[in-house]
Design a protein around this ligand. Structure first.
Ligand code: PHE
Length: 418
């Protein structure tokens, strides 16, 4: 009897050792103990608002899941790394999360340029990566392990072009782009294509790079071409200053932007100069839907401020990953990858999430008006072929999807700031 027990003990030890070796130790596909997920983002650099908000959303989602018993009894553990908003650092920290921490999946990055630098590492190691909010199309094109839970920039650029042409009746647009940012260059290209297709004209194009402080040369050149709108597809740190200097140069045309403007810090930099500008974004805190209002209330109770789109997308990315692990019944590859790819109609805070054949989410966008330190909801724009949910008035192009809240200004604004 003793001998049999000894033999059994030896066999199970060997099996365990084998399993550990094959799976690479804790985290990497082990089927017991905590589920280790890697988060990487800019926690201290020029876009740290992005990374902090996203991390908050990710952690809140993980805590909710853990409090409800985890996934098949296993708790989620988030390991976070700061990439300082630098592409090279993003690649390094992701390599560390994969090789040393043996994470089963990665959540990040926000800025497309950083996701583009890190994605090849995740792809090579066959560790699924879900970007909450990188919108440049090239990110998920890196490979079949790279996903996102947000819409992509051909759509986002089109949304603003339609809003400019159809709602604001703009004929002439100027563009001010962040030259080294794949995100900004992509949006420039997509906005330009859509706006000219709608009969508009791009009268001037200027560029800057992250960290610049003086934009007056570019803005003066733009002013001389008298555009109806100025498209500035950049990140909040630069855009806030650009808005201020545009005002100082007495430029009346509204600035139009994308999701990259979304940060409370934008207001600290741009202040009232931002009034009357518009952006496209992923969700609106004004949305009366109970699910969104519950998320906003819970987030406020936990962190003390209103969640921006980054927080909402971080939250959704974590929830989609958890749902996929549940459906896969394992954290092993390629089963987990396949389950993420099979995500259909997942109810997120930022809308219904279905992953398409290119591993992107197809979702509506909202247009928000900047007014007195608030992002005021204007309208929802659905991608072509998507039916708005029951209750939401149909829309195509930039026609308002629903009446704006009473506090919000009319949507038929004409170009020119107050
Ligand atoms: N979409 C941006 C990018 O790809 C990142 C971003 C998303 C910023 C949402 C703010 C809000 O770089």
């Amino acid at each position: 009897m003793k001998r049999i027990l000894l033999a059994l003990g030896l066999i199970s030890t060997l099996l365990f050792a084998f399993a550990c070796e094959r799976k690479g130790g804790p985290g990497a596909g082990g089927q017991t103990g905590p589920i280790v997920v890697g988060y990487y983002g800019d926690l201290t650099g020029r876009t740290s608002n992005f990374g902090q908000s996203t991390k908050n959303g990710v952690e809140m989602a993980a805590d909710e899941i853990n409090k409800a018993g985890g996934i098949s009894g296993r708790q989620i553990q988030i390991l976070s790394e700061d990439d300082e908003g630098r592409p090279e650092k993003a690649a390094t920290v992701v390599t560390k999360l994969i090789d040393q921490d043996r994470v089963i999946a990665l959540l990040g990055e926000v800025a497309s340029g950083n996701s583009l630098a890190a994605a090849p590492k995740a792809q090579a190691a066959k560790v699924p990566m879900i970007s909450p909010s990188s919108t440049n199309p090239a990110v998920t094109a890196v490979g079949d392990y790279i996903f996102r839970v947000c819409f992509i920039d051909p759509f986002q650029g089109d949304v603003m072009a339609k809003f400019a042409a159809n709602t604001l009746k703009a004929k002439k647009a100027a563009i001010m782009l962040d030259f080294n940012s794949p995100y900004s260059r992509g949006l420039t290209e997509f906005f330009e294509a859509s706006f000219t297709k709608l009969g508009g004209q791009i009268v001037n194009k200027q560029s800057y790079t992250q960290g610049d402080r003086d934009y007056k040369g570019q803005l003066t050149a733009i002013r001389s071409t008298n555009p109806d709108v100025i498209y500035v597809p950049g990140y909040y740190g630069e855009v806030g200053v650009i808005a201020k200097q545009a005002k100082q140069l007495d430029i009346k045309a509204p600035l139009l932007g994308g999701d990259g403007w979304d940060s409370t810090q934008l207001w600290d930099l741009g202040g009232d100069s931002l009034n009357g500008d518009y952006i496209s974004n992923h969700y609106s805190v004004d949305d009366p839907s109970p699910a969104i209002q519950k998320f906003v209330a819970d987030y406020k109770a936990r962190y003390g401020n209103v969640p921006d789109a980054l927080a909402a997308l971080g939250y959704d990315a974590m929830k989609v990953l958890a749902d996929s692990i549940k459906r896969a019944g394992t954290t092993e590859e390629p089963k987990l990858r396949d389950a993420i790819a099979a995500t259909k109609n997942f109810t997120g805070v930022t809308g219904n999430i279905s992953i398409d054949g290119q591993r992107n989410a197809v979702k509506p966008a909202v247009v928000l008006k900047l007014q007195d330190r608030k992002y005021v909801y204007v309208e929802t724009i659905y991608p072509e072929g998507m039916t708005p949910p029951a209750g939401a008035p149909a829309t195509s192009g930039a026609a308002p999807a629903s009446a704006p809240p009473a506090s919000s200004p009319a949507t038929s604004a004409s170009p020119g700031k107050p």
